[in-house]
Design a protein around this ligand. Structure first.
Ligand code: AMP
Length: 128
């Protein structure tokens, strides 16, 4: 995976150079609404640090940041009222994972029944 690009869109949001619809912020994380929501609730949570992806974050983030980040993910989902009905979290990693923005982020999807997407994933040898 390539090096962290400080001009990625989430880096600009973290620096306040681009606006976002903020949901939550603390010393470890920033959460904001996805600009192109795919569910009634679609919020992104990003760590305050330069991490390209889940692989990078999981391997190199200091323990305090890793814990603080995941606690923020849980808090955001809870504060959005999603705990009872449930929600989905997704982190896309790299080209095969469909990652488009190369600052590690977690998607929180909620507010409707999710399809069990893993049942409809293409077979490893298909072109679909
Ligand atoms: P991915 O990297 O595939 O996990 O997805 C990146 C996500 O970022 C997509 O769901 C986009 O809609 C979202 N996104 C891109 N630019 C912005 C922005 N300026 N504000 C909020 N969400 C964004």
């Amino acid at each position: 995976m390539s090096a962290y690009d400080r001009n990625n869109v989430f880096a600009k949001i973290l620096r306040g150079e681009l606006p976002c619809k903020k949901v939550y912020e603390d010393e470890f994380a920033l959460a904001f609404h996805d600009i192109n929501p795919l569910a009634p609730v679609h919020v992104l949570v990003i760590p305050k640090g330069e991490y390209v992806s889940q692989a990078d974050f999981g391997a190199t983030a200091p323990p305090e940041l890793a814990t603080g980040f995941w606690r923020a993910v849980s808090k955001v989902a809870r504060d959005l009222g999603l705990d009872t009905e449930g929600y989905r979290i997704v982190a896309n990693h790299g080209p095969n994972g469909g990652q488009l923005v190369f600052h590690f982020h977690v998607h929180i999807f909620g507010g409707r029944q999710m399809s069990h997407a893993m049942r409809s994933m293409p077979k490893a040898d298909s072109q679909g």
